[in-house]
Design a protein around this ligand. Structure first.
Ligand SMILES: Cc1cc2nc3c(=O)[nH]c(=O)nc-3n(C[C@H](O)[C@H](O)[C@H](O)COP(=O)(O)O)c2cc1C
Length: 174
């Protein structure tokens, strides 16, 4: 099974990248590729830019990664209650390559933040729009208070209850 995992963030120290990397490591017999959105940096989307640039190669490459995968794990960073701009920009470009961008792939959506809210707002937005973009969403999980619940040195969820919920969520992809 080929799995594409990424944080919907372009932070070099992304806590969502830490979470999604750990989540993907829970899969058995999976060939996991963790993407970095910094490798898909594109100009700010506008219809005018689109007229000028068409479908940029990086947008096509991003969509092709999804096409070639058997499953997706995405962890969403929350900026002001919504998507981080880097993700939304890539998503907008990608949606012009294929509006059904998740292409019926089985998916687990995660989100985390340093606060008690656990980026639940952006997760809800991603979950609600999943059918429209053809994600076959199997489970979702918000991890609140990241620093209290995740060991960044060792790279795992220290909160047992959350860890069990994560294992259960990821098992739907197995
Ligand atoms: C511009 C900005 C807005 C933010 N807004 C929110 C927010 O609405 N809710 C939240 O839980 N955290 C918010 N945060 C804190 C992020 O959750 C925190 O930076 C987190 O590390 C982002 O995930 P990442 O490390 O994967 O990029 C915000 C951070 C920034 C820089």
């Amino acid at each position: 099974m080929k799995v594409i995992a990424f944080a919907a963030s372009n932070s070099k120290k992304s806590i969502n990248k830490q979470l999604v990397t750990y989540a993907a490591s829970l899969l058995e017999d999976a060939q996991v590729e963790v993407l970095d959105l910094n490798d898909y940096e594109l100009p700010l989307f506008s219809v005018d830019k689109e007229e000028e640039l068409g479908q940029p190669q990086l947008a096509q490459d991003f969509v092709a990664k999804i096409t070639a995968s058997d499953a997706l794990i995405i962890s969403f960073a929350e900026h002001n209650g919504s998507y981080a701009a880097a993700y939304k920009n890539l998503f907008d470009w990608g949606s012009r390559v294929n509006n059904k961008i998740f292409q019926d792939k089985p998916a687990v959506f995660l989100a985390t933040s340093p606060g008690a809210g656990g980026a639940a707002n952006v997760l809800a937005a991603a979950v609600n729009s999943a059918p429209h973009f053809k994600a076959d969403l199997k489970a979702s999980l918000s991890v609140p208070s990241f620093k209290q619940n995740f060991d960044s040195e060792k790279g795992y969820l220290t909160n047992k209850a959350l860890n069990e919920q994560l294992i259960a969520a990821i098992s739907h992809l197995q």
